[in-house]
Design a protein around this ligand. Structure first.
Ligand code: UDP
Ligand code: MG
Length: 358
């Protein structure tokens, strides 16, 4: 893409500096961000239900679909939806960057005063956006959905999810509400604050707690996936868990210090005990096997903690490399800010995209 239009250097947007004068007229009341990865089976139904509920709320709206490198017909379906309804906007990634990054891109582009984030698979009922919007009107700046019940999910998933939230609650410094996903509605000011958080390994629901503001949860029944299979295999869940923990806690790093103190103390006692036993003529601890076991045990522990340090180190390295969070091959319905998110460290990128004709 060589002959892109010159993008004027936008003013940095911070929560102190919200001179968003440029396209106030075009700004919709509500933006809904939907990350989409191989969701061809659900897109028509998603649009039908979403359009119905959003029309019902009576605000102008835009549906910001982030196509996260789908390999199926998702993109062409979105494009034909956009032909019928220009309120459907599309950000097409150059490849799969992952769910959390797709949400981030949606947030970088969304123009609405209130911004909802929802999964494509209709596990989160779009109808709840109406209730969230009401809470927003009452003055809450973050309205998150709390899963009261989960149907159609395996015991294993229920158990791992609950263990995950309990662990996270115990070891992180940020109050991350239990049993919430990324389904939420946030105020534009929260969005602008969150845009300034550009870390690579992102746990969006944690970041949305981190920013503070007036928050409230509303309960809902999580439905079954409308169609298709989960796009979150165990490996991705595991990665998200590690990102969540490393983003919000240093406890794994401290564990090695605690363990080191404990072991130092224990071996001191061991030395004293050995000397005493030796002097009293007892040869109990002198076997080769006991030495080998102790060395292997400590070797194992050291490797584990090296691994933990590695997890943090890799994340530091990723952030230092300062690569863009994502690459957009084309945005439909937005200005083609090709540098948008591409030099993610610079606040100059965090401004509003300007509406352009495709
Ligand atoms: N998703 C995505 N990129 C990915 C994986 C998932 O954009 O690499 C989207 C997916 O299309 C869906 C949402 O993230 O809209 C949540 O995925 P899914 O419903 O499969 O996760 P689960 O509900 O099973 O945890
Ligand atoms: Mg789902």
């Amino acid at each position: 893409m060589s002959n892109l239009p010159e993008v004027p250097t936008p003013q940095p947007e911070t929560d102190q500096n919200q001179s968003e004068s440029s396209d106030n007229d075009q700004r919709p009341g509500i933006s809904v961000i939907v990350p989409i990865y191989n969701e061809e089976e659900v897109i028509p139904e998603l649009y039908r239900r979403m359009a119905a509920i959003l029309d019902n709320i009576g605000q102008t709206w835009e549906l910001v679909c982030v196509n996260d490198g789908s390999r199926d017909a998702s993109l062409s379906m979105l494009l034909s939806l956009r032909e019928q309804d220009a309120r459907v906007k599309i950000i097409n990634f150059s490849r799969n960057f992952g769910h959390q990054i797709a949400i981030t891109a949606g947030m970088d582009y969304a123009l609405g005063d209130a911004i909802a984030i929802i999964d494509a698979d209709l596990q989160d009922p779009p109808e709840l956006i109406g209730d969230m919007f009401e809470k927003w009107r009452e003055g809450y700046e973050v309205v998150y959905a709390v899963r009261a019940h989960r149907r159609g999910e395996s015991r294993f998933k229920l158990w791992t999810a609950s263990a995950f939230y309990r662990l996270l609650r115990r070891i992180t410094d940020v109050e991350i509400p239990v049993n919430t996903g990324d389904f939420r509605l946030i105020d534009r000011q929260v969005l602008l604050t969150m845009r300034r958080l550009r870390e690579k390994h992102r746990f969006m629901r944690g970041l949305s707690s981190w920013v503070g503001y007036r928050q409230i949860g509303i309960e809902y029944q999580r439905a079954e996936r409308f169609a298709g299979d989960t796009k979150y295999p165990l490996s991705k869940m595991f990665r998200l868990t590690l990102d969540a923990i490393t983003s919000f806690s240093y406890i794994p790093l401290r564990l090695s210090t605690y363990f080191g103190f404990f072991l130092a103390l224990a071996s001191l006692l061991g030395i004293v005990a050995t000397v005493v036993l030796r002097l009293s003529g007892n040869n109990a601890f002198l076997g080769q096997a006991s030495t080998l076991v102790a060395v292997l045990f400590l070797g194992g522990i050291q490797l584990i903690f090296l691994g933990i340090i590695g997890e943090y180190l890799a994340r530091i390295y990723d952030d230092v490399k300062a690569r863009p969070l994502y690459v957009v091959s084309k945005a439909y319905g937005f200005a083609d800010l090709s540098n948008h998110g591409n030099a993610s460290q610079s606040p100059a990128n965090l401004s509003e995209p300007h509406e352009l004709e495709e």
